[in-house]
Design a protein around this ligand. Sequence first.
Ligand SMILES: *[C@@H]1O[C@H](CO)[C@@H](O)[C@H](O)[C@H]1NC(C)=O
Ligand SMILES: *[C@@H]1O[C@H](CO)[C@@H](O)[C@H](O)[C@H]1NC(C)=O
Ligand SMILES: [Mn+2]
Length: 622
Amino acid sequence: MACTRRTKTLVSTCVILSGMTNIVCLLYVGWVTNYIANVYIKVPMPVPEKKLEGDKKGDTLRIIERLDRLENVVNQHIQETPLKGEDVLGDKSFSDSSLFAHWGQELSADSRRVALKMFQYYGYNGYLSDRLSLDRAIPDLRPDGCKNITYPSNLPQVSIVFIFVNEALSVILRSIHSAMHRTPSHLLKEIILVDDYSDNDELKEKLQDFVSATNSQRPGFIKVVRHDKQEGLIRSRVSGWRAATAPVVALFDAHVEFNIGWAEPVLMRIQEDRTRIISPSFDNIKYDTFEIEEYPLSAQGFDWELWCRYLNPPKSWFHQANNSAPIRSPSLIGCFVVDRLYFEEIGLLDEGMEVYGGENVELGVRVSNDLWATGLSSWLVWQCGGSVEVLPCARIAHIERAHKPYTEDLTSHVRRNALRVAEVWMDEFKSHVYMAWNIPQEDSGIDIGDISERKALRKRLQCKTFRWYLVNIYPEMRMYTDTIAYGVLKNFLKSDLCLDQGPDTDNVPILYLCHGMTPQNVYYTSTQQLHVGVLSPTIDDDDNKCLVDVNSRPRLIECSYATAKRMKLHWIFTQGGSIQNRKSKRCLELVASNDNEFGYQLALQKCTGQKWSITNTLTLVK
Ligand SMILES: *[C@@H]1O[C@H](CO)[C@@H](O)[C@H](O)[C@H]1NC(C)=O
Ligand SMILES: *[C@@H]1O[C@H](CO)[C@@H](O)[C@H](O)[C@H]1NC(C)=O
Ligand SMILES: [Mn+2]
């Protein structure tokens, strides 16, 4: 699971651009730096007579702050990217790697070298993990109310499945140890390890030795399933599920530590109703120090690109004023517990989904263990009569790796899987997924494979519509049924330049070479608003940015704020025509500018008849 939390603007530009490689991002940010240095600092813009409300600092100060922040972000990305080929590390990258920010300063240079290599390979501090007890204690982070609940004595047994590729042995063993020690032994029927074709030697003999030693005491307790080629996350889970024999199956990553008392609440909820799919609450194991960090209680959901994310618990949960009560959740982010047979009935796993890349298994793709391809279609549970909840009393700590798997390769898999899900389950709202990814609905050129079986499943289970799901289960999700055009916005005068939100911390739109990624997303609505940048997923996220005429300058302002303040945010536009503000009558146009390296900049002026186009148009959903 690599899910976004609701930390707002601190999410860096590079991370927001989930499709952007580090290099592109670097160029982009580098260019922005340059641009600002040239345009804003050397040739300061005239100070507008009237500043926007809430804008207390000087422009220059804000720009410098912003540059600092972007620079940090870029540096971090460069350091955490695993190096290709042989080790070319100078001493500098030692001291700079975030691995050593809170850990390991006292190690010898040789140890640091080893630790850094392991860190780059695993995305967490494997060197430290090898030196920590497999049975270490972790803090009991359950809400107080949990400690006092009594559970039935006849709970069903569970099989715990761990899947992995090239995970550090000590991390896998700690997952197993904590499962064995923190699950009552009469409830834990077996542990199933699914090795999705690791090439790491450690995971062969040494792991087998551990399994044999354990099984000599408890015959058949640990089962190992080894794939002889890489099958991916989904099929690994299926392999684990097939090998399981207990009435309940828990599907987990192999880099977790179970907290005390996790199993009883989960098994009780499933015993009460076998159509409940349960996720524990996750805490974080810090990738560098392996300290446990408490995470706030959350539900689990997704954005319109269908990346997973943590959500605030629903209002109804807060109204109960009981923080040990189950949290109803729109979907799952990937690790969960389910009735073994119900899981099959509901066909939760779409084996047509792909997660790993081909032969070329880079770190980013190996980390895709962390991806939520299983969670990806988990709302079908709701649509088809089941339910999903997160339990505050069941807590599991999970390593969030330092390297997030935003490689191009991975993104294309996620996009393909998202489109499969959209086509099968989302009815008219599938348009939102295409919009968020900024690809045309017809002839997208993306092969999503055969979805007829999934469609048949939906029919067989007589599942409800996606609209029902949004209205009743995921009301926090924003709907965009009034969008009539989306894509990038280009002026006929210079068609290699696109409107771009620019750095995400200010409100000045810019022109930039077209790359078609998130900062250049444009959405034009039937209410004549022009949204620029990421399609805001839920009502708890920042609102979309609207293009606004502010004192004859183009600015990007949160749409709800601009609406409330009656700003000039309505634009008359038809494909291939001008973009004219309804109130000020000024047009968005390009003007030649020597200060700008592309020769043009944006302006609001008396209309001269310049023409614009947005890539895709939509017919309105009724
Ligand atoms: C439940 O917790 C309270 C304190 O919060 C304690 O006084 C009481 O003895 C506990 N009850 C049980 C059954 O453990
Ligand atoms: C709070 O929720 C827990 C778990 O569902 C339940 O056992 C407990 O009775 C609830 N407490 C109150 C005061 O309702
Ligand atoms: Mn994980």
